[in-house]
Design a protein around this ligand. Structure first.
Ligand code: MN
Length: 259
């Protein structure tokens, strides 16, 4: 066979995007699917999961994730039961985690309890792919993950200390980097210390923006560009590494993928 002179556009990975919070969720899902962008469409509460899961039903690239965002635990913590009831519907879980920006001790404790219950439920369902928030709480997140054996954890927008990073690497965690993280000195220093076979890309749209415009999955190309720069390699190579990393995760959980 002769080599194709015009290489196919390579498919990218957006492992953490709030598609349901973008202006046109149905259009964003459709565009990500036709661009073959592997996308984890995270949600923030079980009561809104169905919107995204309906949009992603039967798709090969865009996956709906069931979530309970740590910053919503104070208002939506009572949806934990609903979370467990819906968990069998998907392999993808997020956004979940712990956020210690709050100084309210009772709320911090509650977030840890809820996250621990989520982790334990994922484990007892045979293992899930989790995209996890850990702002100012990487140690607490890693404490909860101590018992994980069959789930895969992606620490999204990781901003912990070097010691916490080492611990996360030893625990087998993956890391997803977005364009904002890749333009901060502290983010770049962390990325340089991460094994390449554990790094993924994400947009975290609409919370990451280009100017005033919220990022969508199509903007993950910017993360790939910045990652290639940080790794001192080509975009094609950076994209290949990330795609392989994501494919490895999907393979571990028997997720059928078009790639
Ligand atoms: Mn997020």
């Amino acid at each position: 066979m002769s080599e194709d002179p015009s290489p196919q556009p390579t498919s990218l990975v957006d492992s953490h995007c709030h598609i349901d919070l973008l202006k046109d969720p149905a259009g964003e899902v459709k565009r990500a699917e036709s661009a073959a962008t592997h996308t984890v469409a995270v949600t923030n509460a079980p009561s809104v999961f169905f919107h995204t899961s309906d949009l992603c039903d039967g798709l090969g690239y865009v996956h709906a994730a069931l979530g309970l965002h740590p910053e919503l635990v104070h208002s939506h913590g009572n949806e934990l039961t609903r979370f467990k009831e819906l968990l069998h519907q998907t392999t993808f879980v997020g956004e979940v985690g712990i956020d210690f920006v709050t100084s309210d001790q009772a709320l911090r404790r509650r977030q840890c309890e809820v996250f621990q219950e989520i982790v334990d439920a994922c484990e007892s369902e045979g293992g899930k792919i989790l995209t996890v928030h850990s702002r100012r709480a990487a140690t607490q997140v890693l404490d909860c993950l101590g018992r994980v054996t069959v789930s895969t954890v992606i620490l999204h927008w990781f901003s912990g200390s070097r010691r916490e990073l080492t611990r996360a690497i030893e625990a087998g965690c993956y890391f997803s980097a977005n364009p904002a993280m890749l333009t901060s000195q502290s983010g770049l220093a962390l990325i340089a210390a991460m094994p390449r076979e554990r790094v993924l890309t994400e947009t975290d749209g609409p919370f990451v923006k280009f100017g005033n415009r919220p990022c969508g999955p199509a903007d993950v190309a910017a993360a790939v560009r910045a990652l290639a720069n940080a790794w001192n390699t080509s975009e094609v190579e950076a994209s290949r590494i990330v795609r392989e990393n994501f494919a490895r995760i999907l393979g571990m959980h028997d997720v059928k993928s078009e790639a």
